[in-house]
Design a binder for this molecule. Structure first.
Ligand code: C2O
Ligand code: CU
Length: 456
């Protein structure tokens, strides 16, 4: 397949344009939302949990009664969840049983370059490799996904995505809901043909079916007590505007972990690859209540309050202060755009498409920098900005205070048409090459990516 053959118009990058999507006829709220299985380590050493996973094709029942060919980590369409804790390493051996190169990037992870899943650092078919994650960062909702050169959009679209959750001791002492009351929810869009097979080569705007943990408009039975939900937008290109029908969601965490304090919210904006954690207290609603999580006015998941339950969890007024911002000594400009002058669009950062042989920025380890990141297109297309390795802070947006979705520690930020943000980041310890890119994966796959070389 030629994944580099996009069509001509904006919004059709990556598209062949021959496909016709069919909206699956699934009765709303007829399927229960699964919670991705937590993977058990193959063994444990004194300092690390060691896992094994296989990257392989499989069939998933996304539409009831239909077997859809997908690509998976571990045979599951939302890959198994890895549960890690701060200060204890995780090592994962991935075997690639696809017929194409693949790899694994731990999105939001603070990891050495050799384990980062750089686009050129792939696992060949039939081979295996070890990723070593030190988990030196604080608790956060991370996720893992494919990042193989020019293939990430198709691979992630077809299912190479899963959760990686880090817990830490300080967070534990807050006594937020845990166990069965701490639920990761992967939201993403998708498109099917009449046979229930995935359509990748089409305008991403036609991906109008939305999945919650791999199911279409599922329900999820809950007890009348507090829950922690870890929401991830795993769509290649989609901004979700999530609401619970006007009911309150207490936002407690962003991409990189806890916010200083819970933020009462009735709407959450999540661009591709962003995370938001919320606490919802279903004790406010009588047994028998149904609360629908919608994207705008489109229902995507229904919570059914089916029973009472005891609840010794808490939602403290104070969560975790953000680290102090050291003074920045370097300011850089980063412009995300397309070159539309040729037969096919080319993605660019600072007017150049990704070249794995070129380091675009030289960064000094220990430096604190401000990056002015701009959506430099004039064709009304959205972008996002994602940096590997470090969490950053959004200082301002379009010269004004940041939006609620920009709060806290971030690794991905939305750049709507004409949008710009200033972010501040400290490069704490690792040296080597890391990429930064648009997380609209159809854009990064055709060049909207660059890399920095961090030196001692
Ligand atoms: Cu989630 Cu470079 O990616
Ligand atoms: Cu983009």
């Amino acid at each position: 397949k030629d994944v580099k053959a996009p069509a001509q118009k904006p919004r059709r990058f990556g598209a062949r344009g021959t496909a016709t999507g069919v909206r699956p006829a699934v009765a709303p709220f007829s399927v229960r939302m699964p919670v991705p299985q937590v993977l058990e380590p193959a063994h444990r050493t004194s300092t690390a949990d060691v896992y094994k996973m296989v990257i392989k094709p499989a069939e998933a029942e996304i539409i009831p009664g239909v077997r859809t060919p997908v690509l998976t980590y571990g045979g599951q369409f939302v890959g198994p969840t890895i549960r890690a804790r701060t200060g204890r390493a995780v090592k994962i051996v991935y075997g690639n049983r696809l017929d194409t190169p693949a790899n694994v990037h731990l999105h939001g992870g603070h990891v050495p370059p050799v384990s980062d899943g750089h686009p050129m650092d792939v696992i060949q078919p039939g081979e295996a490799r070890l990723y070593d994650y030190p988990n030196t960062q604080q608790g956060a909702t991370l996720w893992y996904h494919d990042h193989s050169h020019q293939m990430e959009a198709e691979h992630v679209f077809r299912g190479l995505h899963g959760f990686y959750l880090i817990d830490d001791e300080a967070e534990k002492s807050l006594r937020l809901p845990t166990g069965a009351y701490d639920v990761p929810i992967m939201l993403r869009d998708i498109e099917f043909d009449a046979n229930g097979e995935l359509i990748f080569f089409d305008d991403p705007a036609n991906r109008t079916t939305i999945l919650a943990n791999g199911k279409i408009q599922p329900y999820f039975p809950v007890a009348a007590r507090k829950y922690r939900f870890r929401l991830l937008n795993a769509s290649n290109e989609h901004v979700f505007q999530l609401n619970l029908g006007g009911r309150e969601m207490m936002k407690i965490a962003s991409d990189g972990g806890l916010l200083p304090a819970p933020v009462p919210s009735t709407e959450l904006v999540l661009a591709s690859a962003e995370r938001a954690e919320i606490v919802v207290d279903f004790a406010r609603y009588p047994v028998g209540s149904q609360l629908v999580l919608s994207n705008g006015s489109t229902p995507i998941l229904r919570f059914d309050v089916t029973r009472t339950a005891s609840d010794d969890s808490r939602l403290p007024d104070v969560l975790r202060p953000l680290p102090a911002l050291p003074a920045a000594t370097v300011v850089r400009d980063v412009a995300m755009s397309f070159d539309l002058s040729g037969a096919i669009p080319v993605g660019m950062v600072n007017n150049r498409p990704f070249d794995p042989a070129r380091a675009d920025f030289q960064v000094k380890r220990g430096a604190t920098e401000i990056w002015r990141v701009t959506n430099a297109d004039t064709i009304g297309v959205d972008h996002t900005f994602h940096m590997h390795l470090e969490q950053f802070r959004v200082l301002d947006r379009n010269g004004a205070p940041p939006l609620p979705q920009d709060a806290g520690l971030k690794d991905t930020v939305h750049l709507p048409a004409n949008g710009s943000v200033r972010i501040q980041v400290t490069f704490t310890d690792y040296v080597g090459r890391y990429v930064y890119h648009c997380h609209y994966l159809e854009h990064s796959s055709i060049g909207m990516m660059a890399q920095m070389e961090i030196t001692p």
